[in-house]
Design a protein around this ligand. Structure first.
Ligand SMILES: Cc1cc2nc3c(=O)[nH]c(=O)nc-3n(C[C@H](O)[C@H](O)[C@H](O)COP(=O)(O)OP(=O)(O)OC[C@H]3O[C@@H](n4cnc5c(N)ncnc54)[C@H](O)[C@@H]3O)c2cc1C
Length: 419
């Protein structure tokens, strides 16, 4: 059978585009290599699916082509995204601006998309991997099991983020059509460091301020919960900075991460707290347990003693706060509020929520999501060179691009579809 539209990849953006195209009366087929469409949606938002965010400032999205990005985002408003979900039967609630389904279950989002597509007559070919696409008069789509034909294709294959390292997503599809792709790199993942402290602080969760420095210049700053691991620094604050690390790793630039582990106390307040502990107790690093997770206090105190030339040879656990001079207390305060580690890179694709890189927006018609130089080929979602912050932005990009592509895909001779 020949379809008007074949959607390659039935994830967040692919299902959205299929629904929108089918609503326009087009015959649509979705091919996905997994046995359930929208499988990645199930793991989003820790199983709750952070659908979107009320703060839709463009600074939450990153691309080499910010002008194109801005224009595409302006095509579908936040209200239209919410309306789309209302029509699917999904009501959202906001938690400090982060939108989740009222059911609090990602599965309800995945199911609603799938059911709606089926109600509209979309045909699903599941458990089939598209290997290549060839174009003669129409598109011939070859999977590992069968062949399909379509007037138009929507490539919505996403990326390997969150999957095993063997995941190839849509690479062979893109290659078979000679579509230019910028290298995919991890984003929204942990920031890696080889610093010796990592093996001591592993397992600690702490609130903190992070500052990423590239060649000594501040490139980004975040505040939030940090998860300290033996590989480096994880947690949302680190995730938000990881795309900057990815971009600058292996470029010869020096990347460092500065951490304030006591963001709620000013330097003066922290100093007077330590001085009081020194005066009133016989404690060493235990004197910091009231303001820092004890394992973190121990790790930082060990670093402090190791780095302090006047304490050479001393064992950290035998040093008491009362032994510290005024100058040494100043140094300890500085270390707790400006602890710096060298950054060695990021987590890999499997530990990322999203990958940066992909098909450049400059190759895409911003009105339709069709490739400028290739009539009938549309792209949506993460396969495009856009990555969003944590907080519902990557799914929002998937919904918006799916809505645009599904709303504009048409007969191949439709002049309106030409760039
Ligand atoms: C753990 C985790 C949590 C996340 N949480 C959130 C969140 O809460 N909020 C948020 O905004 N974003 C979140 N994201 C990111 C978000 O899930 C993705 O950005 C989004 O799903 C991308 O949509 P997509 O349609 O481009 O790709 P996907 O949803 O990944 O869909 C692509 C589909 O294509 C299929 N496919 C790939 N190649 C082929 C092929 N050759 N043949 C056939 N099928 C193929 C895949 O099987 C897949 O189903 C999270 C990601 C992860 C990994």
């Amino acid at each position: 059978m020949k379809y008007d539209v074949c959607v390659i990849g039935g994830g967040a953006s692919g299902l959205t585009s299929a629904i929108k195209a089918a609503e326009r009366g087009l015959s649509v087929c979705v091919i996905d290599k997994r046995d359930v469409p929208g499988k990645k949606i199930l793991s989003t938002g820790n199983g709750r699916c952070n659908i979107s965010n009320v703060d839709q400032d463009v600074r939450h999205y990153h691309s080499e082509d910010q002008a194109a990005l801005k224009e595409i985002l302006s095509k579908v408003s936040f209200d239209e995204v919410i309306e789309f979900f209302e029509e699917l039967g999904i009501k959202c609630r906001s938690r400090e601006g982060y939108l989740y389904p009222l059911s609090n279950q990602a599965q309800s989002v995945e199911k609603a998309l799938w059911l709606k597509a089926k109600e509209l007559g979309v045909r699903f070919e599941l458990g089939e991997e598209v290997i290549s696409v060839k174009e003669r008069d129409i598109f011939n789509i070859r999977t590992d099991k069968s062949n399909y034909q379509a007037e138009n294709i929507i490539i919505a294959t996403g990326t390997a983020a969150g999957y095993s390292d063997k995941e190839k997503a849509g690479e062979s599809v893109l290659n078979s059509l000679n579509i230019h792709v910028k290298e995919f790199k991890p984003a929204l993942t942990y920031i890696a460091s080889d610093a010796r402290i990592c093996k001591y602080w592993a397992g600690v969760r702490a609130a903190g301020k992070l500052e990423l420095l590239i060649d000594g210049e501040r490139a980004g700053r975040e505040y939030g919960e940090l998860m300290l691991t033996e590989n480096g620094i994880s947690g949302i604050a680190a995730f938000q900075l990881s795309h900057l690390v990815s971009k600058n790793t292996n470029t010869g630039k020096k990347l460092t991460l500065k951490m304030d582990f006591v963001p709620d106390l000013s330097r003066e307040d922290l100093k007077s707290f330590i001085k009081r502990m020194a005066k009133e107790t016989k404690r060493g690093c235990e004197g910091l347990y009231g303001i820092l997770y004890n394992k973190l206090a121990d790790s930082l105190f060990i670093e402090f003693v190791k780095n302090e030339p006047s304490m050479a040879g001393r064992i950290a656990h035998r040093v008491r706060l009362t032994d510290l001079s005024e100058e040494q207390i100043d140094k300890l305060v500085y270390l707790l509020k400006h602890f710096t580690v060298k950054v060695s890179g990021t987590g890999d694709a499997s530990s990322s929520q999203v990958l940066m890189g992909g098909v450049p927006l400059s190759d895409i018609d911003r009105r339709t999501m069709m490739l400028k130089k290739h009539i009938g080929i549309y792209l949506t979602g993460e396969v495009l060179d856009v990555n969003g912050d944590c907080g519902g932005y990557n799914l929002t990009w998937a919904w918006i691009t799916g809505m645009i592509a599904g709303g504009s895909v048409g007969g191949r001779n439709d002049k309106n579809n030409r760039a």
